[in-house]
Every structure is written in C-alpha cells, then in structure tokens.
Design a protein around this ligand. Sequence first.
Ligand SMILES: *Cc1c(COP(=O)(O)O)cnc(C)c1O
Length: 361
Amino acid sequence: MTVDLAAIADNYRQLTQRTAGAVCAAVVKADAYGLGAAQVAPVLEQAGAQEFFVAHVDEGLALKPYVSDRARITVLHGARPQALQDCVQSGLRPVLNSLEQIAQLRALAEKTDRPFDAVLQLDTGMSRFGLSEADVKEISENPSLLKGISVSLIMSHLACADSPENPANEWQRDNLKAYAALLPAAPLSLAASSGVFLGPEYHFNLVRPGAALYGVAPNATAPNPLKQVVRLQAHVLQTRSLSKGDRVGYGLTWQAERPCRVATIATGYADGFARAGASTGCVWFNGRKLPILGRISMDSMTVDVSSIPEHELGPDALVDLLNADYGVDDVAKAEGTIGYEILTSLGRRYHRVYQNTSEAI
Ligand SMILES: *Cc1c(COP(=O)(O)O)cnc(C)c1O
C-alpha cells in the first residue's frame, strides 16, 4: 500500500483554492480515513492546514504529537462527561452537540474559573448531531446557558451535499443562517468535501473536507478533480489452469465455461475487499483487467488471468487493486458502496510505504 503524501498536499491546496476566503480545515478522523494520521497530518500542516478535526477525544490526544502547537484540534463528538476535563485541558476544542454537553462545559468553566473555547453544532435537518431549533431558541432566551463558554465556531453538516441539485442543501444552509442569527456572533461552517464543490454560498468561514483530501470523488455526477492518493498492490500466490466445468472458491459459485488460467492473490475480505463485491470487481495487471472469480476469501481472492501470457504473470507478480486509473470510487461501485467505506476498511495488514515525504509541500 503506497500512500502518496504529495497528492494529499496537492488535494489540500486545490481545496484551499476553491474556498478562498474561508479557512480550509483538514478532517483526519479514523486515523486519516485509514491512511495514518501520524504521517498525513504533518504533511497537511506543512501545506498550510492549521485546523484539524477528529471524531473522538482519544483521536485528538493521539494526534497532538504530530502537529505543532499552533494547530488547533477540534473533537466532533465533543467529550463524554468523564473525558471533558482531559479534552479541554489538553487544548482540544470540543464540539458541543446538546444542551447537556453545554451544561457540562459550563460547569467545568465555573469550577475552574476559566472560560473554554468550543464549537456549537446545530442540527439543520439531518437529525444526527447538534442542537435542535428549540435548543437554539432556549439559548437565545437564556444566554447565560453559555456562561464561561466562548463560542469560536458554529457549524452544521449537510446530508445531501453529494447531489448538488438536492433542495435539502439550500434549506439546510438557510436553517444554519436563521439559527445562527439567534446565537452569539461566531464564524460559521457547513461544508465538508462535497459541500466545497457546491460553490461559495456553502463555504461560509470554514470548510471541513476529509475524504476529498484522500482522493475520494466529491460527487458521483462529475469527473473527480482530485488526485488519487493510494496505490494498492498484492502478490500472486499461485496460478493454475482450469478446464471447462472446473469451479472456483467457497460455495463453488463460479464455473469455467471454457478452459482458462486463474491466479490466487494475497488480499481478501480481512483486507477490506468485501465478499459482496466479487461478482463485478476486478484487479489490474499492466493496464489489463482481471475479473474476480467466485467468492472472496478472508486472505485471498481468485482472478481470471487468461488474457495475460503465462510468462508475464507467475507467482510473486504484483497486481493492482487500486491505482491512479482505478481508485476507491471504482472499487466502491463494484461493491455497491461508497469510496469512503473502501478507504476506511483497507485494513492493517498491508505493508505501508509513504511516498514523497520530503517533497510533499
Ligand atoms: C467526517 C466529517 C467531515 C468530513 O467529511 P468528508 O465528507 O469526508 O469531507 C466534516 N464534518 C463532519 C461533521 C464530519 O463528521
């Protein structure tokens, strides 16, 4: 598994250019979507990122050694009550998603007699995280609910940003403006990766891309303007010739209609290649497509190599599962899922090589 750090830096720069006038944060939750936050975050910081978002307090604490003191780390889930003190005392900025979380931080501020920086998240229609309209009204009628809390960002999240024509985008944006008007003035944030591509009316003061940094397509209807970041290769373990009628894999679900040659390669569903994708998936060798045959096993899959001359592909050859021409979104299409899920499922078994570490900026 080769992770091209220069491509991540380029993607970050492209996003900052598209969002000039707004701060471009970098979302590095889930270990930078599986690519390794320890390697990825320093490169993003060198490329200019100063704002980092993670999901959990633990992720924020783990990230701290890899970014400078100037970088700010925000915790999307906020902190559970037992972790709140750790969170704010380590300088992590919590996102407050409920009146309960607000009350907990207020109490801590009172107890320690110092104000704390926090983000308020508003639920503008997705019903996942954040203060409801009623919560917002309650705060506007009783501003002391925010005593001891300095609100440095008000944010929400779009449910349908990957479909630009969906009217939900507009009404979520209108809701954000309307609800924020009832709260103390603060910078606003709405867009994640796909939201960046909805245009400047969605950028507000800060954008929060994650997936786009790592090469995932922002929407399904337009060509992907981002660079591919991951190349994934696997070794051929064994090849064999099959006769007409021979079957392949668990359940013997695939049967040869004519004589063919197959290769067993060393990647399986424990490495993030879902069993369900087998019937339409493929891997690549020198630009040639090798269809996956039968079911994917835990540690291996079998592919049709009849199109490759025997002397070109033997045991120990490397085939491509992901490359510049066939990225996570292509695999996702075959597996009936999204690029995000492929990326974050890639597994821990690969030998990882980080490319362009020094010239990444
Ligand atoms: C994960 C997440 C992001 C980043 O989303 P991408 O679609 O990967 O860009 C931004 N904001 C919130 C609240 C998130 O949970």
